[in-house]
Design a protein around this ligand. Structure first.
Ligand code: OAD
Length: 252
């Protein structure tokens, strides 16, 4: 058996015995859908400076530049399709009493693959609101190249994503924390685990007794916490993991 097969089998055994599961995902799960990650070689944060594009101060200084950058990423995400990894996770959901996806991604691909319980820690690129008064705006009629002016308060409209220096949506974060505290297995997929408080979810699950399984071709900040590491691309191994869990459940 190869290293990947061995770790897949260990992960399948852990999942087979679990009733409550949290899946913590990052940009890597959508990489095979053609959406660039942030910190891999050639990733977005190698090409762009986050402090110029992903902070409230950047938006206040240059709202049109920030808006246009996100609008272009929005188009890439709208054109992308969920991959076999997203689909396998959606098919895993009914096998468990509780199965919660806690994602840092803003691309909605988990929902489009059919996952029903998805907590978006960093918001979504498919919604917009006024940076000043909070009023929500529908995406359809908004321009690509400039941050619209809010007719209610004169503020500028922004994507409903979480930027560096901002708080996570509190009810979403609380729901994620409580799912992490209750889960038997936490699957960490396609994240470098470098961004907090999001990555704290994995620590929280571990401290409350969950087994941690990591799927990532590279070693990460969270690898040391993992009981099982599957060093492979998510879309390649998740369908196989699903099959192994199903087979194990049938034998029970
Ligand atoms: P990163 O770009 O930091 O990490 C992506 C991870 O995915 C890396 O560890 C890769 O090794 C791994 N990876 C790449 N391809 C993969 C594949 N096919 N299968 C599995 N893993 C793969 O992205 P995140 O951890 O999501 O926040 O970044 C966290 C946050 O930082 C993002 O939500 C975003 C960013 O700045 C904000 O913008 C606030």
């Amino acid at each position: 058996m190869s290293e990947v097969e061995q770790s897949l089998e260990q992960a399948a055994q852990l999942l087979c015995a679990a009733r409550r599961v949290v899946v913590f995902t990052g940009a890597g799960i959508s990489a095979e859908s053609g959406i660039p990650t942030f910190r891999d070689p050639g990733g977005l944060w190698e090409q762009f400076r986050p402090e110029e594009l992903a902070t409230p101060e950047a938006f206040e200084r240059n709202p049109d530049r920030v808006w246009a950058w996100y609008w272009q990423r929005r188009a890439v995400m709208a054109a992308a399709e969920p991959n076999a990894g997203h689909r396998a996770l959606a098919q895993m959901e009914p096998l468990f009493e509780e199965f919660t996806i806690v994602t840092q991604n803003i691309d909605r691909l988990h929902q489009r693959a059919g996952s029903r319980r998805v907590l978006e820690l960093h918001g979504t690129i498919f919604e917009q609101h006024c940076h000043r008064c909070g009023r929500l705006y529908d995406g359809e009629e908004l321009p690509a190249d400039r941050a619209p002016v809010c007719p209610v308060c004169g503020g500028r409209v922004r994507p409903s994503v979480v930027w560096f220096g901002e708080l996570l949506p509190s009810s979403v974060f609380q729901a994620a924390q409580s799912a992490a505290e209750r889960c038997h297995v936490l699957l960490s997929i396609g994240t470098s685990g470098e961004v907090y408080p999001a990555a704290g979810i994995v620590w929280q699950a571990k401290l409350h007794g969950a087994a941690v399984v990591e799927i990532n071709p590279r070693w990460t900040e969270l690898s040391g916490l993992a009981d099982v590491r599957i060093p492979a691309p998510a879309a390649q191994v998740l369908p196989e993991l699903l099959e192994r869990v199903r087979r194990c459940r049938q034998r029970q």
